[in-house]
Ligand binder design. Sequence first.
Ligand code: UDP
Length: 463
Amino acid sequence: MANPHPHFLIITFPAQGHINPALELAKRLIGVGADVTFATTIHAKSSLAKTPTVDGLRFATFSDGQEEGVKPGPNYLSVFRRLASENLSELIMASANEGRPISCLIYAILIPWAAELARSLNIPSAFLWIQPATVLDIYYYYFNGFGDLIRSKSSDPSFSIELPGLPSLSRQDLPSFLVGSDQNQENPALAAFQKHLEILEQEENPKALVNTFDALEPEALRAVEKLKLTVVGPLIPSGFLDGKDASDTPSGGDLSDGSRDYMEWLNSKPESTVVYVSFGSISMFSKQQMEEIARGLLESGRPFLWVIRAKENGEKNKEDKLSCQAELEKQGMLIQWCSQMEVLSHPSLGCFVTHCGWNSSIESLASGVPMIAFPQWADQGTNTKLIKDVWKTGVRLMVNEEEMVTSDEIKRCLELVMGDGEKGQEMRKNAKKWKILAKEALKEGGSSHKNLKNFVDEVIQGY
Ligand code: UDP
C-alpha cells in the first residue's frame, strides 16, 4: 500500500567515511519529505562531535563493545553483522508496531547481508555505494570475466588494462584489493563487494544509490548496463558551498572534536593561498614520511593547515613531535581535526594535499579546490587517476625507490598546482568548472535532486 510519508532506515559501517555521506543522504531524504532512522553503534554515535539535529532524523544505537573500550578484532565484520542484524530486525518490527513502518532499508558498503534481512522481513532495500561509479564498474568487471587476467598480472608494475567504458587503467590505478599487497581472495571487503554486486544483479529492480554526479562520470555510469545506478551525489553538506556558516549547515558528522581556531586563521589569509593537508580518518604515515611532508611544506614558503590526527589511544609522546615543529607552527597551523567541508569551501583555500578517499575527493571537487594526491589503499589509486587524467584537477605525488615522497616532490607538486604555470592555471580552471557542475546537480530540479525525488516516489509507490 502506498505510504505518502516514507520512513527510511539507514545503516552504515561505523567509520567516518561511511557515516558522512550516509548522514548527508538522510538529510536529503528528509528534505524531500521522508523520515529517517539512522542505525549505528553507540561508539560511533557518541563520537559524533556535532550530531545533526534535523527534524525527522532519529538515531538508533546498538553496542559493539567499543564504547566500553573493546577494540575491534580481525573478525569485526562478522561481529558487526551479528549485532547489527539482531538490532535491525527488532527495530524494523518495533517501528511497524509503533505505526511508523520502515518503507525501505538503505545499507552502505560492507553490509550485503542487510538486503537478505530486508527481504526476509518483506521490506524493500537499496544499496548506497560511497565510492565513484568507476570503482563499482571495476569490481563488476573483476568478478565478471576480468578477474583471472587482473590476478595474473597483479604484480607486474607495467600492467595496464582496458575495461569497457573506462579510461585505460595501470596497476596503480586499480583498487588495492585487486592488486598489490592488499590483493587476497580471502579479503572480507572484497568478498562483501562481490556479494553486493550479486545482489544487484539478482534483484529485478536493483537500486544502487551512488555518491557521484552525472557530469562527473557519464561513461562509467552507463558502462555496465546491468547496474542501473541512481545518481544522488555529491553527498556533502552543500550549505557550505553557498557560504553559510556551520550553524546553518549541520555537517554530516565528525568522529572527533576539536577547537575551531583554524577558521580565524583561514580568515586572516589571502584568497587561494592556503595549502590544506589531510589524509582522512584512517591513513597514518611513518615519522620519516611526515618529516618529508613537513620540510616540503616549509620550503614551499606557503601557508598551510595540516591535520595530524592523534593516535587511536589519544596518546602523545615526544617522538611524535616533528623536528621542525616550531617553524611549522610559525608558517602554518597544525590541528588534530577540522570540519573539512568548511575548510575546503573557505576562499583562502588554494590546494588540498589528500589521500584521495572518495569523500575527500568529491568534497574537494565540489568546492573547486585542486588536489595533490597521495593515495594509500582501497579505491584511492582509482580516484587519483580520475582526478589527474579525467577531471584534470590535480597531480599525483611520485614515490621514490623507498616508497617515500620526498620534500622536493611535495615542493614540485605545490608549484605545479598553485604556481603561475599553464598546467596549474588549467587545473584551477577545471576545479572551478566541477564546482559549478556539482552545484547544478544538487540544486532543485538538478539531476541528483531529481533522481532522489524519483527514488522516494518509487518507494512511496512500493517498489
Ligand atoms: N574529515 C573531516 N575532518 C578532518 C578529516 C576528515 O571532517 O580533519 C572528513 C572528511 O570531510 C570526509 C571524511 O572525514 O568526509 C573522510 O572520508 P574519506 O573518504 O575522504 O577518507 P577515509 O577517512 O574513509 O579514509
